[in-house]
Ligand binder design. Sequence first.
Ligand code: UFG
Length: 323
Amino acid sequence: MRLLVTGGAGYIGSHIVLELLKLNHEVVVVDSLAAGNEKNLFKEASFIKGEIQDNKVLKEVFQQKFDAVFHFAAWKAAGESMLYPEKYSINNINGTMKLLVAMSEHDCKNIIFSSSAAVYGTPKYLPLDENHPLEPENYYGFTKLMIEENLKWYEKLKGIHYACLRYFNAAGYDPEGKIQGIEKTTANLMPIVMETASGIRKEFQIFGTDYPTSDGTCIRDYIHVSDLANAHILSMDYLIGNKKSLIVNLGSEKGYSVREMVDISERIVGKRIPYSITGRRQGDPPELLASSDKAHHILNWRPKYSDPELIIQSMWNLYSKIS
Ligand code: UFG
């Protein structure tokens, strides 16, 4: 099949490109390289450099006909979205709407959308299933929710089927070490811990040790990016095979605290990773945990690599080389 991957040079996008190429699909990547890393461009995939908001770029992209679009091109730092919402309105919302309109004009009927557990907001119960109320607490989560709502309308009015994949905490790198580019800028815990271990940063901060959890730090559900990649392939097959849309959580269903993740990291890298403790970060719920029951049943998806040791080892394999 011929497949378009927006943001295909980025952290999650490049892992999906890798899987699609393994399956011999014809892949076109469009990426502005504002956050994407050139090292993550594979010669087997065609590459168009540019923003999806740019009409000229969209025109060039859609000269070809695609069986499905994987849409990753978006900003993703929840904290930043509260300070600079305009950046998120323009890139995440406007960008996706332009893409959807172009898909509609060029008769492309399937989109796999990179959504987020941020659509739920602070959990009212755990584990979070897909029926949990949708009350995002940051603007980033709101942009994802707004896009999900638009996808429902475009299905109804234009027959575009969607898979909204609500990721929990994506981490890790492909176990075969084929992805060589680290994230250019990141606000997430695990890449920051790895940057500190490799000497790119002097130290990192733990945001809050007074949460109502066993060790006082926040608990998250870490899901290996290669498991996410596999779920994208299964979702594409589902959309095309069943001509039906899909909304699923993607998490490991296991929770680890910030301190636990740091302890495991220190064990794996074999040294202390310097950190200091500071106050809570705004908008961090004490605990997030997925129910991925729906993905297990509908997609027959099971995480294989999401054990924290495997996640961290796969990251250290890459970060240790750039120290
Ligand atoms: N943290 C630190 N220090 C840091 C960075 C993070 O202590 O330097 C803590 C955070 O306070 C939080 C935990 O590590 O308690 C995880 O934080 P991340 O920023 O890595 O991830 P979030 O849980 O905030 O958000 C991520 C994605 C969202 C997604 C969410 C779903 O960025 O898109 O997981 O679980 F919605």
